[in-house]
Each structure stands twice: as structure tokens, then as C-alpha cells.
Design a protein around this ligand. Structure first.
Ligand code: 5RP
Length: 223
């Protein structure tokens, strides 16, 4: 199976975690796009979605799925999202699609985080994928120096020759060469650096379930 087919497989499999009558939390990315496409078949059974990005909002609305503001919804039964890396404890690196801040917000209001990913995303330790960190632009140089002092290298993510601007009007720093041996401690520390909006380690809010697309079918990992 191709990677795209594996993404479609887990996108479809995630439907069983959607609670009829509820509002569902929806992440961002190519795997989530498969989930949104599958969710269209259930749109009459749910109230709608809370979305983690402008891109997912556009896709949801195009399929006729109502999108609620996060502030209008006290709690969600489930949040479905992809990952750039997930370890065997359910800790993730996220933000390859630059939506990490809203993803963390929607994850925080959800009772269960269901990660959907193809098998290439499962890792023994986080850190091979460049870690996305959303940063207030006036702090990027100092935040990058802090990562360099940890032995890593950092660049400001570009789009069309300019720093990429997130849905929240901030920049993304991508950090290479980190060894994240204690994801909870790492997330707690970097989150406190002045100017950091969100670090792409999701360990304090890790996944409870991962639906992993493999050539042998969907494997369910519970954490
Ligand atoms: C977006 C994300 C995505 O979930 C992550 O990048 C995985 O994306 P894809 O499903 O396209 O591989 O965190 O900010």
C-alpha cells in the first residue's frame, strides 16, 4: 500500500471514535484530510466540528460540516489528529503543518486524543523530525540561540521566500539535532521560554490511542 492509501485507511478507521450527536475535534494535515473526507458520510449524525486550522475549516465547510468556535464548546469527546512522530508511550511531535498551537488548544478541550498516522511515524524516541516551535517574531533569534546552546540547529520556516506566518500571525522555528529523552520535561521547559507560543512536543497532552496504518491493516495502539 502507498503512504496515501495508509492515510486513507486510518482516516476511515477513526470514524468509529466519533460519537454520534457530538461535536468532534479535528486536526490538520494530509492524514486528517482523509479523515475529514470520511467524516462527510457521517455529517448528519454529528453537530459539527471544532477545527485546529484555517485549512481544515475550509475543507470541513466545503463538505457541509458546521464548524464551531473553540470558545463556544466547553468540552469535546474526541480529538482526531495526525502526527509527525509518535513514540511507544503516545508522546508526539506535531506542527509539520504549522498548526501546532490551535492543535494543542483543541486537544486540551478534548477528553480523548486519537492519533491517526501511517507506520513511518512510529519512532522509538522523538527528535529525528525537525521540531516545530511557534514563536513571537521578536523572540526568534534568542529562542534559536537557546536551541543552539543545547547542541541543536534552528531555522525560521520559510514560505515563498519569506518567514511563514501562522494562522495566529507568528513564525515557526524548526529545530534539528535534538535528543528528546524526557518529552514531558522538555515540553514543560521550552514552553516557559519567553516568546515561545507553543512547542511541537505533545507529551503533557499525549495520545490515548494511535490508529497506525500498516501494510497488514490498521493497528490500534492504546497508551
Ligand atoms: C500539522 C500537524 C500534522 O498533524 C502533522 O504534520 C502530520 O501531518 P500529515 O498527516 O500531513 O503527515 O501537526 O500541524
Amino acid at each position: 500500500m502507498t503512504q496515501d492509501e495508509l492515510k486513507a485507511l486510518v482516516g476511515q478507521a477513526a470514524l468509529k471514535y466519533v460519537v454520534p450527536g457530538d461535536i468532534v475535534g479535528v486536526g490538520t494535515g494530509s492524514t486528517v484530510n482523509k479523515f475529514i473526507d470520511a467524516l462527510a458520510a457521517m455529517k448528519d449524525q454529528i453537530q459539527g466540528a471544532v477545527s485546529s486550522s484555517e485549512a481544515s475549516t475550509v475543507r470541513l465547510k466545503a463538505l457541509g460540516i458546521p464548524v464551531f468556535d473553540s470558545n463556544e464548546v466547553e468540552s469535546l469527546s474526541v480529538y482526531i489528529d495526525g502526527a509527525d512522530e509518535i513514540d511507544h508511550q503516545g508522546h508526539m511531535v506535531k506542527g509539520g503543518g504549522a498548526a501546532l498551537t490551535r492543535e494543542k488548544i483543541v486537544a486540551a478541550q478534548s477528553k480523548q486524543f486519537v492519533c491517526i498516522a501511517d507506520e513511518s511515524k512510529l519512532v522509538d524516541a522523538l527528535g529525528a523530525f525537525p521540531l516545530p516551535v511557534e514563536v513571537i517574531p521578536m523572540a526568534t533569534a534568542r529562542v534559536m540561540r537557546q536551541f543552539v546552546a543545547m547542541g541543536a540547529s534552528a531555522v525560521v520556516r520559510q514560505k515563498d521566500g519569506q518567514p511563514l506566518v501562522t494562522d495566529n500571525g507568528q513564525h515557526i522555528v524548526d529545530v534539528k539535532g535534538l535528543k528528546i529523552t524526557d518529552p514531558v520535561a522538555f515540553e514543560s521547559t521550552v514552553s516557559q521560554w519567553p516568546g515561545v507560543v507553543t512547542v511541537g512536543v505533545f507529551a503533557l497532552q499525549k495520545a490515548q490511542v494511535c490508529l497506525l496504518g500498516t501494510s497488514a491493516g490498521v493497528k490500534t495502539l492504546n497508551f
